[in-house]
Design a binder for this molecule. Structure first.
Ligand code: AMP
Ligand code: ZN
Length: 113
């Protein structure tokens, strides 16, 4: 049984896609926490940051640059935005398929709760 985000990659669960190529998918978060709240995921299943290997180095770099491209497209690059990857329980990870949150369009408090 594939995980929720693997189902989104396969297309068996719908998502509002923002960007897609052969290695990653970006889509709107279903419960947006800011005017821009996009999730960027690898198409291959990686559960957490703890599970990354050297083979993923280029992929993670490309995901981060895609976050910048999406923020730029939406006009949030100069004002500022946040990229977040939650890992495991204490950080609040609820979906165990690696995903980068891209949040922007309002002031974002620091430190996070
Ligand atoms: P995290 O707490 O870091 O694991 O984030 C999981 C994120 O996935 C949350 O922001 C959820 O709102 C989002 N989410 C859960 N299910 C879906 C879905 N079907 N489509 C889009 N986003 C989702
Ligand atoms: Zn998955």
């Amino acid at each position: 049984m594939a995980c929720l985000f693997c189902h989104i990659v396969e297309g068996s669960i719908p998502a509002k896609k923002v960007f897609e190529d052969d290695q990653m998918l970006a889509f709107e978060d279903i419960h947006p926490q800011a005017p821009m709240h996009v999730l960027i995921i690898p198409k291959t299943h990686v559960a957490t940051v703890n599970d990354l290997t050297g083979d993923h180095d280029a992929l993670v770099g490309t995901m981060l640059r895609r976050a910048a491209a999406i923020a730029r497209e939406r006009g949030y690059d100069a004002a500022g935005y946040r990229t977040v990857i939650n890992t495991n329980a204490q950080a609040g990870q609820t979906v165990f398929h690696l995903h980068m949150h891209v949040l922007g369009g309002r002031p974002l408090a620091w430190p996070p709760g």
